[in-house]
Design a protein around this ligand. Structure first.
Ligand SMILES: Cc1cc2nc3c(=O)[nH]c(=O)nc-3n(C[C@H](O)[C@H](O)[C@H](O)COP(=O)(O)OP(=O)(O)OC[C@H]3O[C@@H](n4cnc5c(N)ncnc54)[C@H](O)[C@@H]3O)c2cc1C
Length: 396
């Protein structure tokens, strides 16, 4: 019996499992194969939506699809990988789990920020963190947002997630306090220019929407201390606030460091065009844990846009590697971004220059469709398998 073990139940890991089942069936190898998926928790989390207020539909039980497809679910935390002995070690378990082929799709976590009081900052990186933020806002609402510090929210980090978090706040806080006008929202970044990787028209659009929502943008500012009621900046300035949310970038799972091979500045493992980790015939990496070329010159970014198709290629290739079949090269020339900018506003860009293609309500409708439909697997496991095809999308 061959053993395929997938680490991670996020976008890359989930779709790896679906694609592996599909390809095993295509090769008629299901009886010779045991597929297992290890995840820290029992859920397939819809992480890109954790900045929203209502978190109810953002975790899908992995067991639902996996059991239907005879994939084993192991809930536990992988502590290390021993590629020489083909073993995966889990925290608190003496026996390692043996694999013949492995897919590392353990994703990423919020980059650490070593400043005093960082534990007082909220984030939206995980379901638990997003829930903690929600509870905190709820507590402030119960006190009636009675102090100016309770009415001031500072978001540290003006990247994609920071923009989505801060532009969601007017509606989110408004729901608690009937659009109380004296909320103060600050988006703070140490860079000189926000959204610098966007085209000038997209950047201008973002700036206009921030201004229209009365969101203060503080650039070239660095947070040096966080307290429960105050944020201090390197400039010496301090802001009275009870809510600091940090969106300071992601870094790949530390498990990437347990394998040899080149890693980038985000900790991602450089993979070959089959998503294999160089130096190992039987280890693939996908999603935020991998640095994969999507065309002749661009690397995938940490996104579910890339993690989902990479999962489909990794699952397919892992099965083919196990049974001596040809591997399929991954590529994904089409690249878009869809940035939420509040209640009825978003921005949609195409290609790597991030040119503005859609904005306002049409872009918001597209964003809603992406985050409520496209990134969710069908509820039916067999329907999901039909979508688990390693396909190369043509450029837009
Ligand atoms: C607020 C926010 C907004 C975002 N918005 C967008 C967006 O609009 N568009 C977009 O494309 N992307 C967006 N992203 C990025 C996107 O969510 C990630 O790129 C995507 O989740 C990566 O998928 P993944 O499967 O590689 O990793 P993850 O989704 O992080 O999944 C990793 C999995 O591995 C498991 N795991 C991790 N470590 C271990 C371990 N040691 N042992 C066992 N299991 C482990 C986790 O439990 C999880 O199941 C956003 C992210 C955030 C946080």
């Amino acid at each position: 019996m061959q053993k395929l073990v997938i680490i991670g139940g996020g976008f890359a890991g989930f779709w790896s499992a679906m694609s592996a089942v599909r390809q095993a069936r295509a090769l008629g190898k299901c009886d010779e194969l045991k597929i297992s998926l290890i995840s820290k928790d029992q859920y397939h989390s819809i992480r890109p939506r954790f900045y929203e207020a209502d978190l109810a539909s953002m975790r899908l039980p992995l067991i639902h699809h996996l059991t239907a497809l005879n994939v084993g679910l192991i809930v536990g935390e992988v502590s290390s990988i021993d590629p020489d002995r083909q073993r995966i070690h889990l925290t608190g378990q003496a026996e390692g789990l043996v694999y013949d082929t492995m897919i590392l799709s353990a994703g990423s976590t919020l980059k650490s920020l070593a400043i005093p009081g960082i534990e007082h900052a909220f984030n939206v990186d995980t379901f638990h963190a997003a829930t903690a933020l929600d509870r905190h806002l709820h507590r402030l609402a119960i006190t009636g947002f009675s102090t100016s510090a309770s009415r001031t929210v500072v978001v540290i980090g003006g990247g994609f997630t920071g923009l989505e978090v801060v532009t969601a706040l007017p509606q989110r806080l408004g729901a608690y306090a009937l659009n109380r006008p004296d909320f103060r929202l600050i988006l703070l970044d140490r860079c000189a220019k926000l959204a610098s990787n966007y085209s000038p028209d997209a950047r201008q659009y973002i700036a206009d929407q921030l201004a229209a929502a009365n969101i203060e943008v503080w650039v070239k500012q660095e947070a040096v201390r966080i307290e429960t009621d105050r944020l201090t900046l390197k400039s010496g300035h301090s802001i009275a606030t009870e809510t600091v949310i940090r969106t300071t970038g992601l870094e790949a799972s530390p498990l990437t460091a347990t394998l040899k091979g080149e890693r980038d500045e985000l900790g991602r493992l450089l993979v070959d065009r089959f998503l294999r980790v160089p130096g190992y015939d039987n280890i693939f990496a996908a999603g935020d844990a991998a640095k994969a070329l999507v065309d002749s010159q661009h690397y995938a970014v940490m996104s579910c846009q890339h993690a989902i198709p990479q999962g489909k290629f990794a699952g397919h290739n892992a099965i083919n590697a196990l049974f001596g079949r040809a591997l399929k090269p991954y590529s994904q020339p089409r690249y878009v971004t869809c940035l939420d900018l509040g209640t009825s506003n978003a921005l949609f860009t195409i290609d790597w220059t991030r040119n503005l293609k859609l904005s306002g309500q049409p872009a918001k409708a597209l964003k809603n469709e992406i985050v409520t439909q496209w990134i969710y697997p069908p509820a039916d496991a067999e329907e999901t398998i039909k979508l688990a095809v390693p396909e190369i999308l043509a450029p837009s």
